[in-house]
Design a protein around this ligand. Structure first.
Ligand SMILES: [Zn+2]
Length: 119
């Protein structure tokens, strides 16, 4: 399952970042999922909720946003963004396009409680 390896590396990133920031608890994990990532959001959430147990993100809420696909059109020479998985220019309809991005899950932001009192 694709989501499993994604969640494992996500949790590793979260734990090392939280340790760096001396966080005590991670309260919210905000990710952006590209339309080409192949990740199913509800499976991602279920997997995250299973594997977050006993990590610093145990009580964290997972927020899944979406990243648009970047379309570069060779006909009208425009850059466009689209949330629709369709390899055509949203401006002129040409199929002579390159699609970029959107094939990844990005960790956008972590919200955490930091223990800034050293005593
Ligand atoms: Zn175009």
């Amino acid at each position: 399952m694709h989501e499993l390896s994604v969640v494992q590396s996500l949790l590793e990133t979260i734990e090392s970042y939280a340790a760096e920031q001396k966080a005590t608890t991670v309260t919210k994990v905000i990710v952006r999922n590209g339309p080409l990532s192949g990740i199913v959001p509800h499976l991602l959430r279920t997997t995250f909720d299973t594997f977050k147990e006993k990590t610093i993100a145990e009580d964290a809420e997972l927020v899944i946003g979406e990243t648009p696909l970047q379309i570069h059109c060779h006909d009208c020479k425009q850059e466009a963004q689209t949330m629709v998985l369709r390899f055509a220019c949203p401006l002129c309809g040409s199929r002579n396009v390159d699609a970029r991005g959107g094939d990844d899950l990005i960790l956008e932001r972590l919200e955490m409680d930091v223990d800034d009192d050293p005593y």
